[in-house]
Ligand binder design. Structure first.
Ligand code: FES
Length: 553
């Protein structure tokens, strides 16, 4: 008898009796670990999507894990037959990109001015010696998302980007959205989320083609919760009205002058130079965090005359609107649906994800899969395409109901297991879209302009980069404005974090800028519910009727 094991999409027959970790090794699957596979490091988490009943019962070392998550070194296959389907917290691919850093448009005054400098063999941090070395000096910029993490390695003397790495946030076992992570960090196991993330980050840093001890600064962008968990701060207050980071509360009490954070690498258990500084970019307010702040640097809003909007769609969507004179910002708790979370066959935008969908005239569904490998699931841009195509071909109505009367659509694609899209998935996406659309309405309304009056609409974030603008406008995820105004800029937060790493001047500019931003609190807005309900429907979205219907607050 043997068990059919599907591990990270690799299929094999195995005899029972070993741990999932032990099965992974001969398959060439790299399960993160930094202990002796004895339940100590907690890094070897896997998500078991099928066959949990075929595994041994959880041991005390796994008591921090919920739902489908297990420590792969601690759970053995104990049944004789059946199917076990599991995967590690997925790792992305590391790209080596040796290229000069791209300056933001119109930012000609920007120049290399890092906090880390060299004087002969003396390595200085803000002018103070922290090490002696003749090797090149490096820094890291990190965008710490609820779902995905991007880390970029730079040479601090030349500004050259040496490499970057991305991986799924392994804290997912503590919940897929910000609120559940806050609850987990507060109630279940303080600091475990941080330690798990540091374990993954350590592996990513060690794979970079430089000695980690030549890395002397790390700049962190991330939403308020992710940033504060990383700095081992209590995030309890971010989960309670009025939803403030402990740094924001301390600033209000006069105990600090900025919400930015500074800590040593040693204190945060990072494998880089122990005296390296870890700098957390300032947050704006509430859930509008250091990622939104980094985006502002990335698009150079402080020097912008035009009215620009930035929308970074994610588990928490950030919105920024304005120019050098007036800036508004908001955060929308959209949830993980558009990043593939909470969707039956959803997954992040990694190899194996369906990223494009087209319905042909004969009704067949054609897909594009990242990496050209067999499909494992559907990522955000594929989901938006799917909705757009179903709407275009009248197979789904504006309320998100399938016209066929079936509750799911099975995709006829090469894959290891059936991939389908259900009405339940549509509901999840409708609610995520509703939150995003409500955010757009509130921020434009409060700013006092219509969607079509914006000069540039930057669509930021890894997800936004690959999104079909046509499908997004059709389903009403993006406002119905001229295509020429919509610019897909990719990960503006990591660009902003790089700028802060390479320029003390720009870092200081951002410290001042965040204090000038008006935070639109969606939860307190009188029209939020109306906007949300309307946003849950699938049709193009325009602002003019709403501006007249609901007077400015
Ligand atoms: S390998 Fe360390 S806990 Fe499983």
């Amino acid at each position: 008898m043997s068990i059919e094991l599907h591990f990270n999409g690799i299929h094999t027959g195995v005899a029972p009796g070993s741990s999932l970790f032990d099965y992974a090794e001969p398959l060439g699957i790299n399960v993160p670990t930094s202990c002796k596979k004895n339940g100590k490091c907690k890094e070897c988490v896997v998500e078991v999507v099928e066959g949990m009943e075929l595994l041994s019962k959880p041991v005390p070392a796994e008591k921090h894990l919920r739902d489908k998550f297990r420590l792969s070194c601690c759970c053995k296959i104990i049944a004789d037959s059946g199917v076990v389907r599991c995967h590690t917290m997925r790792r992305g691919e590391m790209r080596i990109e040796r290229h000069a850093f791209q300056l933001p448009a119109g930012n000609e005054k920007w120049q290399l001015d890092p906090a880390i400098t060299r004087d002969g063999d003396r390595i200085l941090l803000d002018g103070e010696e922290i090490a002696r070395s003749t090797s090149p000096i490096h820094g890291l910029a990190m965008d710490l998302g609820t779902t995905t993490i991007v880390v970029r390695l730079l040479n601090l003397e030349t500004g050259e980007v040496i490499a970057d790495a991305s991986f799924e946030n392994p804290q997912r076992f503590g919940g897929s959205d910000v609120m559940s992570r806050i609850q987990y960090d507060t109630e279940v196991h303080s600091k475990l989320l941080q330690r798990t993330l540091v374990g993954y980050l350590t592996h990513a840093i060690e794979e970079f083609p430089v000695d980690p001890k030549t890395i002397y600064e790390l700049v962190v962008a991330g939403n308020s919760t992710m940033r504060d968990i990383f700095f081992r701060l209590s995030v309890y207050s971010i989960g309670q009205s009025p939803y403030r980071s402990i740094t924001e509360l301390e600033m209000e009490e006069g105990k600090r002058t900025t919400t930015s954070l500074s800590e040593t690498a040693k204190k945060l258990l990072l494998p880089i130079h122990p005296k390296a500084r870890v700098y957390g970019l300032p947050i704006i307010s509430g859930h509008v965090g250091a990622d939104a702040a980094a985006c502002m640097l990335g698009v150079n809003i402080a020097n912008e005359d035009r009215v620009i909007a930035v929308m970074d769609i994610g588990t928490n969507t950030e919105l920024i609107l304005g120019n050098k004179n007036k800036i508004f910002a908001a955060s929308c708790p959209a949830g993980p649906a558009f990043e593939g979370g909470a969707i039956s066959c959803g997954m992040p935008g990694l190899p194996g994800a369906i990223e494009k969908v087209k319905i042909a005239e004969d009704g067949s569904i054609q897909v594009g899969v990242i990496g050209g490998v067999p499909a494992q699931g559907i990522c955000g841009s594929g989901l938006v395409d799917m909705l757009g195509e179903l709407l275009r071909t009248n197979q789904m109505n504006q309320l998100g109901r399938f016209e066929s009367g079936e509750d799911k659509i099975v995709l006829d694609v090469a894959s290891d297991s059936p991939i389908y899209f259900s009405e339940g998935d549509v509901n999840e996406l409708a609610q995520a879209k509703g939150a995003n659309v409500a955010g757009l309405h509130v921020i434009f309304h409060d700013y006092g302009i219509r969607f079509e009056e914006v000069d540039v609409f930057y669509l930021a974030g890894g997800f936004g980069r690959y999104l079909s603008v046509e499908s997004s406008k059709r389903i009403g995820l993006l406002p119905n404005i001229d295509d020429s105004k919509i610019i897909q800029v990719g990960n503006a937060a990591i660009e902003g974090a790089c700028i802060a790493l390479l320029s003390r001047t720009k870092r200081a500019e951002l410290e001042n800028l965040v204090k000038r931003v008006t935070h639109c609190r969606l939860e307190a807005h009188p029209n939020f519910f109306n906007y949300f309900v309307e946003g849950c429907q699938f049709h193009p979205v325009a602002s003019s009727p709403e501006l007249e219907k609901f007077p400015a607050s």
